[in-house]
Design a binder for this molecule. Structure first.
Ligand SMILES: C[S@@+](CC[C@H](N)C(=O)[O-])C[C@H]1O[C@@H](n2cnc3c(N)ncnc32)[C@H](O)[C@@H]1O
Length: 272
């Protein structure tokens, strides 16, 4: 992120969700507030109209990860979980759509992004019931940020950490997982990419082009895990269930494409 500036990739992720409603009919993830919170057209965010295969792929992945997180939340709520924590929330609109009045929603985000989100909510006439916990993951711990906000670390919670892990240092990522792992009954949904070295030679150029594009946006991807690495890290921290939605699962289940072997994006659900 640029010092003092809200996250530009948060704006782009929100534009993808808004466009998923208009171009795909919200087929994977229905979010009637996605366009309203954006406050501009998705086309103006992307700087061009139209669609492309790579834009569509990213859009459907962003829709799928939100869908997985909210499905996990619904199942956890049915078991009695009453805390939902959005880490690096960006312009996520769950709090505006929350149908469960006894579910406490926390939004943790970089202070600059969160201040901008609050302006966006106000400008759009949206007043969700949500507890904001401004926290820079690189400067303080999630424990500190959430404690200030009244989070109950002795009660179970679902954490959604969507589109954030690649932007953080490995130390900050693992410290956050360690905090979640210490909460009885906690569950987390997050996504991650694989290191460039995991890609076969014929996909290296495309993998490097994706990294270069993020560097140009000023929010480089710096942390990657192979599926085996992240499963080992989570298990060592005390997570007992680790479910990987990798390219073999995401394609057929959400994207309308055949299962794909090999490296790619992953959405992971892990439960203590
Ligand atoms: C790609 S956006 C994803 C936003 C949202 N989760 C979504 O799916 O639309 C990345 C998010 O990570 C947050 N972020 C990046 N670095 C951070 C840090 N050091 N501390 C806290 N949040 C950070 C940004 O503020 C932004 O909200």
């Amino acid at each position: 992120m640029q010092p003092g500036q809200p996250s530009f990739t948060a704006l782009r992720a929100a534009a993808h969700r808004a466009q998923h409603q208009t171009l795909d009919g919200g087929s994977i993830f229905a979010d009637p507030v996605a366009g309203r919170i954006l406050g501009q057209t998705p086309e103006s965010v992307f700087g061009e109209a139209g669609d492309s295969p790579s834009r569509r792929g990213m859009r459907l992945l962003i829709a799928a990860r939100s869908r997985i997180a909210e499905d996990v939340l619904a199942a956890a709520y049915a078991r009695g979980v009453r805390q939902y924590v959005l880490l690096g929330a960006g312009l996520d609109t769950f709090a505006c759509r929350n149908p469960r009045p006894d579910l406490t929603v926390f939004e943790v985000d970089h202070p600059a992004t969160q201040a901008w989100k609050r302006e966006r909510l106000h400008a759009a006439g949206l007043a969700p019931k949500v507890t904001f916990a401004p926290t820079d993951f690189e400067r303080e711990t999630l424990a500190e940020g959430l404690a200030r906000a009244g989070f109950d670390a002795d009660a179970p919670a679902v954490f959604a950490w969507l589109g954030v892990v690649p932007y953080l240092t490995r130390d900050a990522v693992l410290a956050t997982f360690a905090f979640i792992a210490a909460i009885p009954g906690a569950e987390v949904v997050f996504d991650h990419g694989e290191p460039r070295s995991a890609y076969p030679p014929d996909q290296q150029v495309a993998a490097e082009a994706r990294l270069a594009a993020m560097r140009r946006l000023g929010e480089p991807w710096i942390t990657f895990f192979t599926p085996a690495e992240i499963a080992a890290e989570l298990t060592a921290l005390g997570f007992s269930e680790v479910e990987d939605f990798g390219p073999a699962v995401l394609g057929p289940r959400f994207l309308g494409t055949p299962p794909r072997e090999g490296p790619g994006p992953h959405v992971v659900r892990a439960k203590v």
